[in-house]
Design a protein around this ligand. Structure first.
Ligand code: PLP
Length: 434
C-alpha cells in the first residue's frame, strides 16, 4: 500500500484527536507503517525521528525487544480479567513495585491520564466526605495547568483553547499563579518567583480551605503550557501550605513521571510526598493505555468500612489490564537493568553540549532543560509557526510539534549521540529557514 492510498482511507474513516479535520485538506496526515527505536517509518520508505516520544509516552523506543518479549509471554498466559473481585500476577507485582518506588500505595488503576485525574479528584472529595468534612468540594490548580480533557479533568485544566467551548459543562475551579519562571519579573530568580507564587497559594487557601478538597499540579514542568519549568521550592511550600490548611496535594506526574525530569518522580526533587500520585503516559513505555493513582494509608483507611457506599465505587472496564501491567513491569525492569536514571544524566549532558549553538542562537529565548526535556521560545515567530515548523521538521525526517512558539524535545531515552546530532542540526536548519 502507498502513503496516498492509505491517507484517503484514513481521512474517510478516522476522526483524529486535537485536530480541526478541515486542516488536513492542506496538511497531510503522516501514515506510519512501523516503528523501531526512535524512528517511525512510513509506507514509502521515509522515516521520522520521534523527538516528542509520540506525545510524551514512549520511553525506550518503538518495538523495544524487551517489552515485546514480555508482552508475547503475557499473551499466552492471561489477556485480561475484570479487576473487581479478581486479581492477577502482573497487577499485584506492578502495584508492589510502584509502591516501593513512591512510598505511596493502594494502587487504583484507570486507562488514560484523564481517568487518573478523575480518580484522584473523586477520591479526595470522597475522603473528606467520609471524614465528616462534606463542604470540601472545591479544587484549586495552577494557571496554565493541564490535567486531561474529560469533563472533570478539564474543569481543573487552565487552557482556554481546550476549555472555552465546554465552559458551560464544567464545574468552576480556582486557579492560583503558576511558578513557571518564564512569568517571573525581570531580575527575579526562579526561586524568588516560586516563593511569591506560594504566597498567593497561601492567601487563596487562607480564604477557601474550608471548601477546598485538593490542590492539583504538575510537579516541576507544566507540559502542555509549553514545558514551563519551575523551582522545586514551590513544591516544598505547597506541601507545607496544604498540610497547614488540611488540603490534599495531588501530583499529576502523568507526563513528568518515570524519569522525565531526571528523577524517577519529579516530586522527589523537592523531598516531598503528595497525597495522591497520578501516573500514566510513560508507565507502559508508550505501548498500551494504563494509568494509576497511588495514595496514602490515611486515605485508604477512610474508605475501609462496613458501609458499601463509603467505598470508592469507581471503575473502568479495563482497570488493571494484565497486558498493560506486564508492559509496565518490563519498563521497570529496563529502568533497573540499564540504570536508566544515571544513564540519562550523561545522555542529557551530551545533548546539552550538542545543543549549545541552539542556546545562543539569536532567535532562541528561554532555552531550558530538565532531565530529558528541552524547550525554548522562538522570537518573532510568524503566525502559523507551529504548523510550519512541524512541516519543515517532517521534510528533514524529524517529528517535532511546537506548542505555539515553544519548540521542545522530549525524546525516548534510547536516543543515540548520532540521533541527537541529527535532531539539533535539523532544528538549527529550520530556525534559519522559517
Ligand atoms: C497528557 C496529560 C494528561 C492526560 O492524559 P491522557 O492520557 O491524554 O488522558 C493529564 N495530565 C498531564 C500532566 C498530561 O500531560
Amino acid at each position: 500500500m502507498s502513503n496516498q492510498e492509505f491517507l484517503h482511507r484514513s481521512l474517510a474513516a478516522v476522526w483524529h484527536p486535537c485536530t480541526q479535520m478541515k486542516q488536513h485538506e492542506t496538511l497531510p496526515l503522516v501514515p506510519i507503517a512501523r516503528g523501531e527505536g526512535v524512528w517511525l517509518h512510513d509506507f514509502d520508505g521515509r522515516r521520522y525521528l520521534d523527538a516528542v516520544s509520540s506525545w510524551w509516552v514512549n520511553l525506550f523506543g518503538h518495538c523495544n525487544p524487551r517489552i515485546n518479549a514480555a508482552l508475547k509471554d503475557q499473551l499466552d498466559k492471561l489477556d485480561h480479567v475484570m479487576l473487581a473481585g479478581f486479581t492477577h500476577q502482573p497487577v499485584v507485582e506492578l502495584s508492589e513495585r510502584l509502591s516501593r518506588l513512591s512510598g505511596l500505595g493502594h494502587c487504583f488503576y484507570g486507562s488514560d491520564g484523564a481517568s487518573a485525574t478523575e480518580i484522584a479528584l473523586k477520591m479526595s472529595f470522597h475522603y473528606w466526605r467520609n471524614s465528616g468534612r462534606p463542604a470540601k468540594t472545591r479544587f484549586v490548580s495552577l494557571q496554565n495547568g493541564y490535567h486531561g480533557e474529560t469533563v472533570g479533568a478539564l474543569s481543573v485544566t487552565d487552557m482556554a483553547l481546550f476549555k472555552g467551548t465546554y465552559a458551560p459543562l464544567l464545574r468552576q475551579s480556582a486557579q492560583v499563579p503558576s511558578p513557571d519562571w518564564r512569568l517571573a519579573a525581570p531580575g527575579e530568580s526562579a526561586e524568588g518567583f516560586a516563593l511569591r507564587c506560594a504566597a498567593a497559594l497561601r492567601t487563596h487557601l487562607e480564604q477557601h480551605h474550608d471548601e477546598t478538597a485538593a490542590l492539583i499540579l504538575e510537579p516541576l514542568v507544566q507540559g502542555a503550557a509549553g514545558m514551563g519549568m519551575y523551582d522545586a521550592e514551590y513544591l516544598r511550600q505547597a506541601r507545607a501550605i496544604c498540610d497547614e490548611f488540611e488540603v490534599h496535594l495531588i501530583a499529576d506526574e502523568i507526563a513528568v513521571g518515570f524519569g522525565r525530569t531526571g528523577t524517577m518522580f519529579a516530586h522527589e526533587q523537592a523531598g516531598i510526598k503528595p497525597d495522591f500520585l497520578c501516573l500514566s503516559k510513560g508507565i507502559t513505555g508508550g505501548y498500551l493505555p494504563l494509568s494509576v493513582v497511588l495514595t496514602t494509608d490515611a486515605v485508604y483507611q477512610a474508605f475501609y468500612h462496613d458501609d458499601t457506599a463509603r467505598g470508592f465505587l469507581h471503575s473502568h472496564s479495563y482497570t488493571g489490564n494484565a497486558l498493560a501491567c506486564r508492559a509496565a513491569l518490563a519498563v521497570l525492569d529496563i529502568f533497573g537493568q540499564d540504570k536508566v536514571i544515571e544513564a540519562n544524566r550523561s545522555r542529557a549532558a551530551f545533548f546539552n553540549r550538542t545543543a549549545a549553538p541552539l542556546k545562543v542562537h539569536p532567535r532562541v529565548e528561554n532555552f531550558r532543560n530538565m532531565g530529558m526535556i528541552w524547550a525554548f521560545e522562538v522570537a518573532d515567530a510568524a503566525p502559523g509557526f507551529a504548523r510550519k515548523f512541524f512541516e519543515e521538521g517532517l521534510k528533514r525526517g524529524l517529528l517535532l510539534r511546537p506548542i505555539g512558539n515553544t519548540v521542545y524535545f522530549m525524546p525516548p531515552y534510547v536516543i543515540s549521540e548520532e540521533e541527537i546530532r541529527l535532531l539539533v542540526s535539523g532544528t538549527l536548519e529550520i530556525l534559519e529557514n522559517l
